[in-house]
Ligand binder design. Structure first.
Ligand SMILES: [Zn+2]
Length: 259
């Protein structure tokens, strides 16, 4: 059994950790972006066997779990891999950005191998963007230093880059990032596919193109909140029944709270 710790960085109310207001008036919190990717990864991983998963953050986002508590939990549990998901800052609204995949300053050979797989799978799905000179740096980070197992921290993009912000805010980016990172875990842990993707399947609707609700339809589908009437049809102008409304409401709550 391959034991994975998944760690959405920070908490919903961690000071400072948010998108730059001039680029995102809603100042979307970093934890929201981190957790959105982790939640999607969990749903994608549900299609595989051969692993156990522990979330090191507070899924509700209410608490910013201390770094020591996160790494202690991973060490106690005897995890095989620690993956921490973050979004970056430091550009202050200047151009630039892109992903960075970190390991400790003196990593094990296995950690370096995992770093490359995670980087390559992420870029394969989420695409090449930004201008990072080194997308696979080494740094003295707590979650990489204090863990007894290979530990990798990914900064998915910059919350203060005019190029990255619209990208990292989009539901489709979060989905592709989750796909790439999940594929890395499948490769690293040798996980076996047990069922085809259902709610997380790629949107293949042929009847929404140009519709005023196209963007939102794609998003709620990718979030697992609404399905089509079949794989290729959404029927965007058809009414919703009371039962369907109840299911949608339940799915929204699950999406937000994880429960
Ligand atoms: Zn962070």
């Amino acid at each position: 059994m391959f034991k994975i710790v998944l760690d959405a960085g920070h908490g919903r109310n961690t000071p400072g950790k948010r998108c730059l207001k001039s680029l995102d008036p809603a100042e979307t919190r970093e934890w929201v972006l981190n957790a959105r990717i982790c939640d999607k990864m969990e749903r994608l991983l549900a299609n595989y066997s051969g692993y156990e998963l522990l979330r090191a953050d507070d899924r509700t986002g209410a608490t910013d779990v201390a770094l020591k508590a996160r790494t202690d939990a991973a060490n106690r549990w005897g995890a095989d891999l620690y993956l921490s998901v973050h979004h970056n800052a430091g550009l202050g609204g200047r151009n630039g950005g892109g992903p960075e995949v970190y390991v400790y300053t003196s990593p094990s050979a296995k950690t370096v191998e995992y770093q490359k797989i995670i980087h390559d799978c992420f870029v394969e799905r989420a695409g090449k963007f930004g201008n990072r000179a080194n997308e696979m740096p080494r740094k003295n980070l707590h979650v990489c230093r204090e863990t007894h197992m290979p530990s990798v921290l990914i900064e998915c993009g910059f919350m203060d880059s005019p190029g990255d912000v619209p990208l990292i805010l989009s539901e489709s980016f979060a989905y592709k990032a989750a796909q790439g990172l999940t594929e890395a875990l499948v490769q690293i842990g040798g996980l076996k596919k047990v069922k085809e993707e259902t709610s997380m399947a790629e949107c293949k609707f042929t009847d929404i193109s140009g519709h005023y609700g196209e963007k939102q339809i794609r998003e709620v589908f990718e979030m697992g909140i609404m399905n089509g009437v079949d794989e290729t049809h959404f029927e965007p102008d058809k009414p919703v029944t009371r039962a369907q409304a109840a299911i949608i409401a339940r799915n929204v709550v699950r999406y937000i709270t994880g429960k």
